[in-house]
Design a protein around this ligand. Structure first.
Ligand code: APR
Length: 285
């Protein structure tokens, strides 16, 4: 978590000014798209992919996260996904997830699009609903648009049946790998691997949101993986603005009207929380 530690600091006057400016943009925006990446979950203990301690520093994506890798060695791929499920399953949402959840629950014009497969946005939503006073239909409306699927779902390689699955993975041998209850074919993680296309309907929804958003708030993504990284560009081309929250600069910094350098858990409660909300998750520097 080197990046997280480096950014763990008292906010400067410049940071506070940037936050203030971005807050005003968000307050007056009719449409808000929040695009998150692995960095939003870093403070929950979920490893990011790139950067000094990123998963792709010590693991080869082509051996673990491609359809070819699964065909060649499904046991190895399931072992890796079993490890990730276990690790992520022990993590809790942080103050950034909570702030996003409350924004999307209270503001029907705000929508979350995430590249994350860790389920922490969904958990934060459940927690916010149980604690807060939000309109009845808001939870369904606030559900994140998941671009890259979920670690906690499986897809059948035979009949394409998809199901939730939070069970630990038995990956000792190929015979113990999870199989479909309907057709007995091998199941695979319901995530989008390198070289695979996104679900066209999910991508359409995300693009529509990007085109109609007056502000695209980009949080904790390296901006290197497309089509997710193209969504802020779409907002800008359609006349909206981009605000970035990230301890490091990224290729998206160049198109951002405001770049706030800091941890998501430190910045988002300041940026998104309104006065009437519980102060429990506000960050005191
Ligand atoms: N708060 C905000 N941002 C952070 C934090 C933090 N506490 N810690 C790290 N970051 C930033 C890093 O500076 C980096 O820009 O989060 C970003 C993480 O980048 P990646 O690891 O590349 O994650 P992401 O952009 O989500 O990757 C996209 O790549 O391998 C695939 O499918 C995987 O969905 C993933 C996609």
């Amino acid at each position: 978590m080197e990046q997280t530690r480096r950014a763990d600091r008292t906010l400067s006057m410049h940071d506070l000014h940037e936050i203030d400016q971005a807050r005003r943009l968000l307050d007056s925006a009719r449409g808000i798209l929040i695009l998150t990446g692995a960095g939003v979950s870093a403070e929950s203990g979920v490893p990011t992919f790139r950067g000094p301690d990123g998963l792709w520093k010590s693991h080869r994506p082509e051996a673990l996260a491609t359809p070819e890798a699964f065909q060649a060695d499904p046991r190895l791929v399931w072992e890796w996904y079993g490890w990730r499920k276990e690790r992520v399953g022990a993590c809790r949402p942080n103050a950034a997830h909570a702030a996003i959840a409350r924004l999307t629950l209270r503001n029907a014009d705000a929508r979350l699009v995430t590249q994350n497969v860790d389920g922490l946005h969904e958990l934060a939503l459940e927690e916010a609903v149980s604690e807060g006073n939000f309109p009845g239909d808001s939870a369904a409306r606030a559900a994140p648009i998941r671009l890259h699927g979920s670690l906690f779902r499986t897809r059948c390689t035979g009949c394409d049946n998809r199901t939730s699955d939070r069970h630990p993975v038995e990956a000792k041998s190929e015979a113990s790998l999870p199989r479909c209850r309907k057709c007995a074919a091998l199941l695979r993680p319901d995530v989008v691997w390198f070289g695979e296309g996104l679900d066209p309907e999910i991508l359409r929804q995300a693009m529509e949101r990007a085109e109609t958003a007056e502000v695209c708030l980009v949080v904790g993504t390296s901006g290197l993986v497309h089509p997710a990284a193209s969504l802020p560009l779409l907002t800008r081309e359609s006349g909206g603005v981009v605000v970035e929250v990230n301890p490091e600069s990224t290729p998206l910094t160049a198109i951002a009207v405001s770049s706030i350098r800091g941890r998501a858990g430190q910045i988002l409660p300041r940026l998104l929380t309104v006065e009437s909300e519980p102060s429990r998750n506000r960050v005191v520097d």
